[in-house]
Write a protein that binds this ligand. Structure first.
Ligand SMILES: *Cc1c(COP(=O)(O)O)cnc(C)c1O
Length: 464
């Protein structure tokens, strides 16, 4: 028997309620293009409702990426829907704004070349890392060939990297030498380097904001160790800093921390504009300390406005709105604004860290002090806790919170951790509600009943 749709015998026109029309009263064919067109508002509403299943971005405490923007950012993004970043000819002002952003970052990261520093926007830190890695590989090859030595076995040395460096290594045929985490360590340690670098090392990647633990690797100390290795062996190995998250935190929260181009060995830096840069998803940055560090063969030149515009990118067409939004944020917030936002985020992270530490079963791995506005923690005694962090993830998910659990990388895989990131758009009150929910979840997991928090007593009340 065929099911009759409510609208089968009805005339659908502009006055028909969205939820009385065909789109709302039938199950959409999902993997096949429909034969006919539908009303835009109806299809919009259908998709709007479906997307609610993704969960609520402001409760996603797993991502580093922007989940909240001011209205002006939404408006600019809308106005820039037609801007193609690659068409420097057609959109010269967008190109101009991109290069202003590069100059701002070069200055923020203390590039000695100042406004002549070389850099570009990308789709994110992953593409930026590929470009940084390619420049390292080309420079190493030039040097090897000039010395009459083979250049067929390049390697790159790093601690617990984000997957983009594994991709770089595989896609561009470079061996990745991943230095395992030492017990108790949250990143690469200088004394580990000597066992991993050699004449085929194109560079060392130092991470400002280790994905797993949120910590900053000690760029200056890693560089000092490479100085020592150079004095001993003659090997002159450059550093690329993957500052995907930390590149927009360190200059504002830790201006004294020397991690950027003030360290002479740092050849290039990448950062994600769409993480702590606060821009909407789809923009990253890479900057070289000086133009000479970017080999000419990697640069393609396009003529625009009678000028000569160098481009270095894996993509061709891509949206320009994110770059405009990034520039808006630089102008809108200034250094003071970025500092204030991240001071507030960091204070909220420390607040949550204190709450988590006082609950009993957790041990903080990172307490929100000295690096990203975030915390990470593990169970003190996983064997006897009576629950796993994965169970806690599930409990929190019931209230909409996204707090994933995952094992640490190489050599410490037995340790499972949770990580909570505090970003622009997440307030203290929201985090206090999360802390209450963690309390309740713990009680449920260990005692099997929902906890009554001191605050709850008044809420439940004993009204007669
Ligand atoms: C997020 C991240 C990346 C990848 O950045 P995307 O902007 O998502 O491409 C690379 N490295 C580190 C350390 C990261 O945190």
């Amino acid at each position: 028997m065929a099911l009759h749709k409510a609208t089968d015998h009805k005339q659908v026109d502009d006055t028909t309620d969205l939820f009385a029309g065909t789109v709302a009263t039938s199950v959409a064919a999902k993997n096949r293009m429909p034969e006919n067109a539908s009303r835009p508002e109806a299809v919009y509403q259908l998709l709007h409702n479906e997307l609610l299943l993704d969960g609520n971005a402001s409760q996603n405490l797993a991502t580093f990426c922007t989940t909240w923007s001011e209205d002006q950012v939404h408006r600019l993004m809308n106005e820039c829907l037609d801007k193609n970043m690659i068409d420097k000819d057609e959109y010269p002002q967008t190109a101009e704004i991109e290069s202003r952003c590069v100059n701002i970052l070069a200055d923020l990261w203390n590039a000695p070349a100042g406004a002549t520093a070389m850099g570009c926007s990308t789709t994110g830190s992953s593409e930026a890392a590929m470009l940084g890695g390619l420049a390292l590989k080309w420079r190493w090859r030039h040097k090897r060939l000039a010395e009459g030595k083979p250049a067929d076995k390049p390697n790159i040395v790093a601690g617990p990297v984000q997957i983009c460096w594994d991709k770089f290594a595989r896609y561009f045929d470079v061996e990745i030498r991943q230095v395992p985490l030492e017990p108790g360590a949250t990143g690469l340690r200088p004394h580990q380097l000597a066992d991993y670098v050699d004449e085929n090392t194109i560079g060392v990647v130092a991470i400002l904001g280790v994905t797993f633990t949120c910590d900053f690797e000690p760029v200056k100390e890693l560089s000092a160790e490479l100085d020592r290795i150079q004095a001993e062996t003659g090997l002159d190995i450059p550093i690329h800093v993957d500052a995907a998250s930390g590149g927009f935190i360190a200059p504002f929260l830790y201006p004294e921390l020397v991690w950027d181009f003030r360290v002479e060995r740092v050849a290039s830096i990448n950062a994600s504009g769409h993480k702590y840069g606060m821009a909407p998803l789809g923009v990253g940055w890479v900057v070289w300390r000086e133009p000479e560090l970017l080999p000419e063969e990697l640069i393609f030149r396009v003529n625009y406005l009678g000028g000569d515009m160098p481009t270095f990118a894996l993509n061709f067409s891509r949206p320009g709105g994110e770059v405009i939004a990034q520039y808006y944020l630089f102008q809108r917030l200034g250094k003071q604004g970025y500092r204030e936002v991240y001071e507030a985020c960091a204070a909220t992270a420390r607040y949550l860290g204190e709450q988590i530490a006082s609950m009993g079963p957790f041990e903080l791995l990172y307490d929100g002090r000295g690096a990203l506005p975030a915390i990470s923690y593990k169970l003190k005694d996983p064997e006897n806790a009576g629950f796993t962090l994965y169970d806690l993830t599930d409990q929190l998910r019931m209230r909409g919170w996204q707090v994933p659990s995952y094992p640490l990388p190489a050599n410490r895989q037995e340790t499972v951790i949770q990580r909570i990131l505090i970003r622009h758009g997440i307030g203290r009150d929201e985090i206090s509600l999360l802390a209450d929910d963690i309390h309740r979840a713990l009680h449920r997991l260990t005692a099997g009943t929902p906890a009554v928090l001191p605050d709850d007593v008044s809420r439940i009340g004993f009204h007669h």
